[in-house]
Each structure stands twice: as C-alpha cells, then as structure tokens.
Design a protein around this ligand. Structure first.
Ligand code: TZP
Ligand code: MG
Length: 214
C-alpha cells in the first residue's frame, strides 16, 4: 500500500485559495501522487450535502487514476461513500473505534507524535502512521512545534515494519532528510496546492527521493 517513495497529497477547499480544488487535484494526479486525503477544515469549510458531493467528485478523480482516496476525521462520510481509507489524529475519534466501524478493506491512518502513540495506533490496527510537523507549517494553525525527523527515526527504529509518512512544511527541496529517516512517504498540502505548476511540483517532490533535481 505504501511503496517508497509515496507522495501523499492532502487538500481541502480552503487550501486551494482562489484556485479550483478539483483542478488542483486533477493536475496532482497527472503529476503522479500516490495517495490523496480530503481534509476539509477551517472557516468556510464545506459541510453536509455540499461536502458529500465534493468528496464524491474527488473520489471519482482518484478512481480514474487508481489512487487511494482517504478521508480525514469524518468517519461518517468515509463510510457513507465507501472511501478507501480514513485518517484520524489524536484529537479525533479513537483509532480502535474507527477500525471497528470501518469496512474490512479500508486503510486506517493515524497521526502520532511519540513511541507511545505509535504503539497504541499500531495496536488499534493502523495501516500507516502520519508523523509531524517535520518543519514549520502554515496549513495547520494548531500544529505542534516542528521536530525535524527525530521522532520519525525513533518510531522507524522501534517499528520497522510500519509505514511512516512525514508531514509538515515538506517541499521538494527539504524532503531529503525525511526520506533518509526511513519515511515511506511525504504528505504535502501547500507545496503542491500552492504551486504554479502543480504537476511539475509533484514530480519534483517524487524526484527528491533520489536527490534528483527537476
Ligand atoms: N499535520 C501536521 S502538519 C500539517 C498537518 C495536517 C499540515 C501540512 O501542510 P503543509 O502545507 O504541507 O505544511
Ligand atoms: Mg484530524
């Protein structure tokens, strides 16, 4: 499910600014993202029927590219539209409860910040762990202090089989240490959503794995 290098794109309508979020997603898919997470948050976030309709449009696009479509937090929505997966943070629904509720084949991602949280997430049935913020981020106002790759290294050492995805301020230029720390993937919002050429930016991030510059 996570072959290295994975470029895991996260987007909500607020992250698109004045651009069309579906167009951004389409270009990101063309560029080669390997995973997509719908994370609809903040002022003006879609809710109810408009959120469901938007989610289905994102899901259809991802389906065309055979890219897993993962929903952040919203277990109801993820189950209602049979998303490929759900991602929860420590403040969200308990991972074990989510695991029990979701469909058998669905992917469960959990954000963790320590060995203890990682252990609990793994016991709850997490398929991958999100870890960050690695660098400073403007996309999550309540983000914790950035901790570089130290925590990723620790979790990788303790749970070498568990795929870890780094997140927070990651760009094509600073992704190197995240790959080197053993992350299978990098999760990115602004570097992709805000890029002038979304497709090219995804390729650049993908190529950062081998230290190649595009
Ligand atoms: N969790 C930790 S940092 C972050 C989330 C959702 C935001 C990442 O966004 P960006 O723009 O790639 O820094
Ligand atoms: Mg959350």
């Amino acid at each position: 499910m996570f072959s290295k290098p994975s470029v895991y794109f996260i987007l909500g309508t607020a992250d698109a600014g004045r651009k069309d979020p579906l167009h951004i997603l389409e270009k990101a898919l063309e560029g080669g993202i390997t995973h997509f997470q719908l994370r609809e948050k903040g002022p003006g976030a879609l809710t109810g029927q408009s959120l469901t309709e938007f989610a289905i449009q994102c899901q259809k696009l991802c389906g065309t590219w055979k890219v897993p479509f993962i929903v952040n937090d919203d277990v109801e929505l993820a189950c209602a539209i049979s998303a490929d997966g759900i991602h929860v943070g420590q403040e969200d629904a308990d991972a074990l409860t989510v695991k029990e509720r979701m469909g058998k084949g669905m992917i469960l991602g959990v954000s963790v910040h320590s060995i203890e949280e990682a252990e609990k997430a793994i016991r709850s049935g997490a398929d991958y762990l999100g870890m960050g913020p690695v660098y400073g981020t403007k996309s999550k106002p309540d983000a914790k202090e950035p901790s570089g790759v130290t925590k990723i290294l620790k979790v990788r050492e303790r749970f070498p089989e568990m795929p870890v995805v780094g997140i927070g301020g990651i760009t094509a230029l600073n992704a190197g240490p995240v790959w080197d720390a053993g992350a299978k993937g990098v999760a990115v919002i602004s570097a992709i959503a805000g890029a002038n050429d979304v497709q090219m930016e995804v390729k650049r991030i993908m190529n950062s794995y081998k230290g190649e510059r595009l």
